[in-house]
Design a protein around this ligand. Sequence first.
Ligand code: AMP
Ligand code: ZN
Length: 112
Amino acid sequence: MNCLFCKIVAGEIPSTKVYEDETVLAFRDINPMTPTHILVIPKMHIPSVDGVTAENSAVVAHIFEVIPTIAAAEKLVNGYRVVSNCGADAGQTVQHLHFHILGGRELTLEMA
Ligand code: AMP
Ligand code: ZN
């Protein structure tokens, strides 16, 4: 499949990993919008939030279990934001479900 994040999962494209387990991968965003900018993705290909179903939502729940662990490891003690862009109006550019963890500075009401 011609999917950038599937290629990162497969190790065909390098990434700076910060967390990995059987079903989830987290790595640093190549174009950070905040001092800490991490993407958390399911290893399985789900195109976006619109692709979350009763059959695959366990991995999404797991992502949200992992996010506080990553935030603690990154010392985001003052807080952070979790964002998932879904579709064109939201500006989704990679069609593989991902959750941005944004932190390391005070955030405005814009995405970052
Ligand atoms: P979105 O615009 O919500 O679809 O987010 C896609 C994100 O992927 C953007 O923040 C990009 O900077 C990031 N990105 C694109 N290519 C890579 C890559 N090879 N490694 C890490 N992050 C990437
Ligand atoms: Zn994919």
